[in-house]
Write a protein that binds this ligand. Structure first.
Ligand code: DC
Length: 225
């Protein structure tokens, strides 16, 4: 049976940095499930559809063929929709809230969960997201819930957007408001909301740098073995 490590938590807790590093060090696959919801959001917006309009989103789903590929030169996950590599476009700030909104639609989730489970059934992998330990893989070998104070998560997000030149005039306060709004939506949806999964180890990364987070999680993995 493949080994699966589930990492959940709110935005900016450090999930993707941790998941990437762990996957590299352990020599296993990294599945970024948020990128899959971002891919759907990008496609829906491109079609001119409001991600909040479930009635309009549902009929689009049948026409979405999503594939996950790994760039052979660097191993980075690519999201391919109907043959188009949408990976370069899904990190834009406007996509973040659209992904959170479209992810409330159960049919969207079921479509992506099926893909996620198929990858996990075939590969040793680290998956990060919001519902991995609670819904997608309740029997995952290791479950981590990564958290940090909202101000710290927003500060990390602010710096990330600044580095990418995507602030577009947003202040730290604006980014904090966006982070809080998205987390509230992810935690309060009806179907598979962000919760601390049964059996998950909660790690607060507020005072930690990336190395410290990786070491803390490696200790947890060693203890669980
Ligand atoms: O991890 P991220 O910021 O790239 O995720 C974008 C959005 O996708 C997030 O706000 C909620 C949704 N998402 C989800 O509902 N379930 C997951 N497993 C991963 C992401």
């Amino acid at each position: 049976m493949p080994m699966n490590i589930a990492i959940d938590g709110p935005s900016g807790a450090g999930k993707s940095t941790l998941a990437k590093r762990l996957a590299k060090e352990l020599g296993i696959l990294y599945l970024d499930t948020g990128a899959m919801y971002r891919g759907i959001a990008y496609h829906v917006l491109k079609k001119g559809v409001d991600p909040a309009d479930a009635e309009a989103v549902r009929p689009l789903l049948k026409g979405i063929d999503m594939r996950i590929e790994y760039d052979p030169s660097c191993g980075v996950q690519q999201i391919i929709i109907n043959g188009e590599n949408v990976t370069p476009f899904i990190r834009e700030h406007r996509i973040s809230f659209a992904a959170s909104t479209v992810s409330k639609i159960p049919e969207v989730r079921l479509k992506l969960v099926e893909l996620q489970r198929a990858v996990a059934a075939e590969n040793d992998c680290v998956l990060d997201g919001r519902d991995i330990g609670s819904y997608v893989l309740p029997d995952a070998d290791i479950k981590i819930y990564l958290d940090a104070k909202p101000e710290i998560r927003a500060d990390r997000r602010f710096k990330e957007l600044e580095e990418k030149g995507q602030l577009n005039g947003m202040t730290p306060g604006d980014v904090l408001a966006d982070v809080n709004k998205r987390d509230y939506q992810d935690m309060h949806r009806d179907f598979a909301p962000l919760i601390v999964a049964d059996g998950a180890k909660v790690v607060d990364t507020s005072g930690m740098n990336a190395d410290e987070v990786v070491e803390t999680i490696k200790d947890i993995i060693r203890e669980c073995k």
